[in-house]
Design a protein around this ligand. Sequence first.
Ligand SMILES: [Zn+2]
Length: 245
Amino acid sequence: MSAQESETVERLRAGHDPALLPTGPQPLIPLVQLYARDVPALPFPEGADLLQVLWAPGSGIEGCSANVQLRWRRASDVQEVLRTPPEPAYVECDDHVPEPCLLQPESVQEFPPGHLLDQALKKRVYDWCEQKSVSYQSDLSVAPGWKAGGWPAPFTFRDPADSDEDEEWQCGECGGRLEALLTVDSSEWDGNSGSWRPAETASKLVGDPYRSLRNPTMMTIGRGYTLQVYSCVSTPSHLPRTIMQ
Ligand SMILES: [Zn+2]
């Protein structure tokens, strides 16, 4: 190891003294920006044609907190775009800082995840899938990867909330009904869900040697989970609720 590399390793090992980190509110960073014309199936509030999702790239992104915020706007109201938008003085979790991507949204057909089917129908569907040698969960029902709208993903490392935990499915501000708005995923497909892989042939994307079509944003949620963002149906400007699974 060269002297310079040793010095870098030492600096990484030393970490930061939390007492030296700046205190007070930090600017949120952009997570995703969607125009209504690009996602016609996603309901926008009256008068809005632009959705901006902002967040604080740290550990506090779960539940209902000001760390994840929605901005429903009219694009024509945006007059002056900041050339150097404010940045947080430090980032708690760099896995939550997306690599900029230009989106080309594609509509796909989904079906309800297994846990939302009634038992008789679920058995028929799963039997049919077994005969066809396909996986309902991985190949057919819910698309992996980043998406707007659609069905909630199947639960992975825990069970869906019971009815006595219904708070999880209510708006944290008004207790109202929620609907799926956005899913942030750690990859666009995995070994089981390769049937959803996009048709593009390039496997590498410019910018970083590890950046690929499988993870163009270079983000990881938890240990490779998804973060589902649900918005309030009656008042979309309310803080969204997020569920990691
Ligand atoms: Zn609400």
